[in-house]
Write a new protein. Sequence first.
Length: 268
Amino acid sequence: MGDGLPEDESDPKFVSALARGIGVLRAFRRADITLSNQALAAHTGIPKATVTRLTHTLCKLGCLSMVEATGEYRLAAGAMTLGLSAAVATDLQDRAMRELEEMCVSDNANVAGGLSERHNLSMIYLATYRKPRALALSFNLGGEAPLFATAIGRAALMALSADRQEDLLDRARHRARSDTHDKLAGWLDKAREDFATYGYCTSFGDWRKEIHGIAAPVVLPDRSRNLALNVGGLSFFNPPETLIAEHGDRLLTAAANLSLRQTDDAQG
């Protein structure tokens, strides 16, 4: 899971207080209606005394509001406005939705797709598509997925240099239990092998045993964002051979189309 903290705090121009405030806002997940200062400290790794000052400031700014009955905090209109402004500022999601729908064409009602962007060691979903009759899946708009265990995270890694991949692997190891270090390295090796073989990455039950997926990077001309597309769903309805046979080429086409459109925009 991402913690909202910066990737490099050595930059002398970096304002750590601002980063911590944003980290507090990012600590609220879909299931978290309200959070206490103690819970926010646990989620972010920020000392509780600092969290208390941050929540007070964020309340003054209208980004959080306190629930009087419990003393806990919830996201307020100010925070939601920031998110809406970001969504309005780009039509990437609208373009992605057309590609996602085309990518998911099949007789299978339980296949879905998503566009995601890397943030630290996580992938954040910017757009998702699933058919009306599809069973609920584990990814939704704004949802988060781990970088190394998922196909979409591995695809994002493949858009980075080998040195950057290794740097992120070191950071993931630093945050993970020692008994998972070899697994993380193995997942990166698997991502490289898949990408060399298929042009995309796979994850068949590595993150959650009931989830299968394949994913490809979306590479912008200036590489300013680390994006990827995935397609998949519940393993029972999406065995590996079916995903590869029915959606592998569609995935590559969707990723290429979205990258091309971004290139056209940059040149225009």
